[in-house]
Design a protein around this ligand. Structure first.
Ligand code: CP
Ligand code: NVA
Length: 300
């Protein structure tokens, strides 16, 4: 059966740990040798495009970047027809889309693995890089808690799923109306044994946390909400005062791009607790591990 990675929840806990191990394999099998990977982007990208292209190269494959103007998913032809066409030439499809449902449709219609390169719902490759960072920087997951501060974004949802699967505690602080839904909280809670605390108080969420994480206050596609969101999110800025409530060995993560001075101050982003450049670098092994694992699921 063809496996896809549209959400972290497509993986069981043991499978997620296999992906993490594949990510740190110093000599991965060239599972894409002589094979192509179509990487379709309907939104801008720096980290995801470069990390995924280089991951495909590292696995012996040939990545082809496809911009929004070229294929026109659901504009020039349907997502299903794009997936069928790309499946004829490639061994993998990666896609960054606005609506997550487009990925579901591509996975159903195509015949090769589909990887989510970011949708409005989730960003699983980012979450895998974040787990790699936590594991290497803190030595493991057990007994560790992650505090998410700000918008409960695509990145937040995937990180919460991943953290729950590996047994981390999760605390979330978002303004009213911008936090996880009850369905989100239930889903995260069902994935792991550790508690999920969701509220509106950033100090309560960060107190004692080992990993403090935030994201832009408005995501790609939400730029017209910027003026409305800025005053609502200002109390959720991660600054040195907020970080002082975290555990002594706490680290700070951000998927990037950061809006410096909005969701995080320069002092924190460039400070001694920040691991954002390790995190950004980990996007490549995360993509390589996930792709190697997915492609190998189809092999005898
Ligand atoms: N973190 C992340 O996905 O960055 P890009 O949008 O630059 O790919
Ligand atoms: N939540 C952000 C993440 C960017 C990597 C967005 O979707 O724009």
């Amino acid at each position: 059966m063809t496996r896809h990675l549209l959400d972290i929840t497509d993986l069981s806990c043991p499978e997620l740990l296999e992906v993490l191990d594949a990510a740190v394999d110093p000599a991965p099998d060239p599972v894409l040798e002589g094979r192509g990977a179509a990487l379709l982007f309907n939104k801008p990208s720096a980290r995801t495009r470069h990390a995924t292209e280089m991951a495909v190269v590292a696995l012996g494959g040939h990545p082809i970047y496809v911009g929004p103007e070229e294929v026109g998913i659901d504009e020039r032809e349907t997502a299903e027809d794009v997936a069928r066409t790309m499946s004829a030439y490639h061994h993998l499809i990666g896609a960054r889309v606005h609506e997550h449902a487009v990925l579901d449709r591509m996975a159903l219609a195509g015949s090769v693995p589909v990887v989510n390169l970011l949708s409005d719902r989730s960003h699983p490759l980012q979450a895998i890089a974040d787990l790699l960072t936590v594991r290497s920087e803190l030595g493991g997951f057990q007994g560790r808690t992650v505090a998410w501060v700000g918008d409960f974004s695509n990145v937040a949802r995937s990180l919460a799923h991943a953290a729950a699967l590996v047994g981390m505690g999760i605390a979330i602080a978002s303004p009213d109306g911008y936090g996880p839904s009850q369905a989100d909280v239930d889903e995260i809670g069902a994935l792991g044994a550790a508690p999920v605390e969701a509220g509106t108080d950033p100090v309560a969420a960060v107190t004692g946390a080992h990993v403090v994480v935030t994201d832009a206050w408005y995501s790609m596609g939400q730029e017209d909400e910027k003026a409305e969101r800025m005053p609502i999110f200002t109390p959720y800025r991660v600054d040195a005062a907020l970080m002082s409530h975290a555990a002594d060995d706490a680290i700070f993560l951000h998927c990037l791009p950061a809006h410096r001075g909005d969701e995080v101050t320069d002092e924190v982003l460039d400070g001694p607790r920040s691991r954002v450049w390790v995190e950004a670098a980990n996007r490549l092994p995360a993509a390589r591990g996930a792709i190697a694992w997915l492609v190998s699921q189809g092999s005898p």
